[in-house]
Design a protein around this ligand. Structure first.
Ligand SMILES: CC/C=C\C/C=C\C/C=C\C/C=C\C/C=C\C/C=C\CCC(=O)SCCNC(=O)CCNC(=O)[C@H](O)C(C)(C)COP(=O)(O)OP(=O)(O)OC[C@H]1O[C@@H](n2cnc3c(N)ncnc32)[C@H](O)[C@@H]1OP(=O)(O)O
Ligand code: TJR
Length: 373
């Protein structure tokens, strides 16, 4: 094991990364709160400031993925479409199978300059999570309760507000509505059978209402749907704890750009269109599993330095007071205080976290609970 790998596997490093994320995140949440008066004076300026502040938080997860773990994210797409990515608004339809799928999504957002403004239709529970949830509130993320009677009004209202958003954005939709597990797959295929729809092997049956309401409300604002299918090489089962301990994964993302005009307007037609899209996505996954490749060429999208620089700056800012505190603690000379501090630092160390299947958390260390939501 090299020095780098040895360092990355240290629990202390993972604790420090988490400390930087939480301390700087809360500080940024506070700065976001301070932008409230700006909303009344100049809404567009407030939104732009919040995009930058949001970037400071979400790019830390990109830095950990791209630079700390060294995970490679490869893009398969039509090179002719490449210049459009990041220069127009898009609705991203992504499969929801991996614990770190959103981190790979964020990494691609960064590579195309839309990380700060990235949007998602997310379950309401996440709005209350400090740092990420509070950041999302200021970024006008769309929350849903997964109760259509309530969502049809609130989701539409939130989407309408994005019509005059001052920056290009990608709006992410996990149409499956929940992360893939074997049990959920079995139930959803029973629903497919009842509805007379073809069975899917690698996806859950998509929920169509969120997609339809998004298309309906963002027509004229968004140029295209980016149909995106993600998988990992060599049957890797990536996890956040793996990323934190510096494990390198290999993500492959296949993106097709579908102009919004080609998507039907009526609810039933739009739903049928989405079901057909998921049947095609299922075919792409099958091809990937059989051949290790998606169709089409690979386009180079190198990781960017921005997230690393941002991460180093925030680390310096929040680690300095922590270092000063520890020095003053050590110089106090109280053996009891020093022993208590050491016990606190290492007390959270449990046996390694092992997911027994993709996406299922079965034995988590304290830090893993952060993403169990
Ligand atoms: C170039 C590079 C390109 C791309 C880069 C990639 C990405 C980057 C982009 C952006 C990144 C930004 C941010 C990412 C950061 C973090 C995000 C992380 C995680 C978020 C995870 C979530 O929160 S997912 C959960 C929330 N989202 C959703 O639920 C969306 C999908 N759901 C819907 O659309 C729903 O319809 C709804 C929520 C709007 C309403 O739900 P409800 O349940 O009330 O209604 P439904 O219509 O869905 O349900 C009733 C119908 O469903 C049928 N049914 C019943 N059981 C099932 C079943 N098991 N499976 C399928 N269908 C079922 C039932 O029969 C009803 O059918 P009807 O025919 O009667 O309608
Ligand atoms: C404390 C550790 C910090 C270390 C720094 C690393 C940065 C990591 C950033 C973490 C950001 C967390 C974003 C929350 C995303 C949650 C994804 C999620 O919630 O997926 C599950 C849902 O789809 C389905 O939920 P269910 O249908 O099971 O209900």
């Amino acid at each position: 094991m090299g020095l780098g790998e040895c360092l990355k596997s240290q629990v202390l490093c993972q604790v420090l990364i988490s400390y930087v994320f939480l301390a700087s995140g809360l500080l940024i949440n506070l700065l976001q709160l301070c932008t409230l008066p700006v909303w009344w004076l100049n809404k567009s300026l407030a939104r732009r400031i919040n995009c930058r502040l949001g970037y400071c938080i979400s790019s830390q997860s990109v830095a950990i993925l791209d630079w700390w773990s060294g995970t490679e994210c490869t893009l398969y797409t039509d090179p002719k479409m490449y210049p459009l990515y990041g220069n127009e608004n898009g609705i991203v339809v992504l499969n929801h199978q991996f614990e770190i799928d959103f981190m790979c999504g964020w990494s691609f957002c960064d590579r195309f300059g839309v990380l700060g403004s990235a949007k998602v239709l997310v379950k309401k529970e996440l709005a209350y999570v400090p740092v990420i949830g509070w950041m999302w509130y200021f970024l006008e993320i769309v929350f849903c309760k997964r109760k259509w009677e309530e969502d049809r009004i609130t989701v539409s209202q939130s989407l309408q507000k994005l019509r005059d958003y001052p920056e290009n954005f990608w709006f992410l939709l996990f149409c499956e509505g929940t992360r893939f597990t074997a049990k959920k797959h079995q139930i959803s295929m029973e629903v497919a059978e009842k509805k007379g729809l073809p069975k899917l092997k690698h996806h859950l049956l998509p929920r169509t209402k969120g997609f339809w309401v998004t298309i309906q409300n963002l027509r004229g604002t968004v140029a295209a749907v980016y149909d995106s299918t993600l998988n990992f090489r060599n049957n890797e089962s990536p996890s956040l704890s793996g990323i934190l301990s510096g494990k390198k994964y290999h993500a492959d993302l296949y993106v097709r750009r579908i102009p919004l005009e080609s998507i039907p307007e009526g609810e039933a037609e739009c739903a049928a269109w989405l079901h057909k899209l998921y049947q095609e996505k299922d075919g792409f996954q099958e091809q990937y599993i059989q051949t290790g490749r998606y169709p089409g060429p690979i386009v180079s999208t190198p990781r960017r330095l921005g997230p690393l620089i941002n991460w180093l700056c925030w680390s310096a800012l929040v680690l300095f007071p922590l270092g000063a505190f520890l020095v003053s603690l050590l110089s106090s000379g109280s053996t009891l205080t020093i022993l208590a501090s050491l016990a606190f630092c290492y007390g959270g160390q449990c046996p390694p976290f092992k997911p027994h299947a993709r996406g299922i958390l079965c034995h988590a260390r304290p830090l893993d609970y952060f993403v169990i939501f």
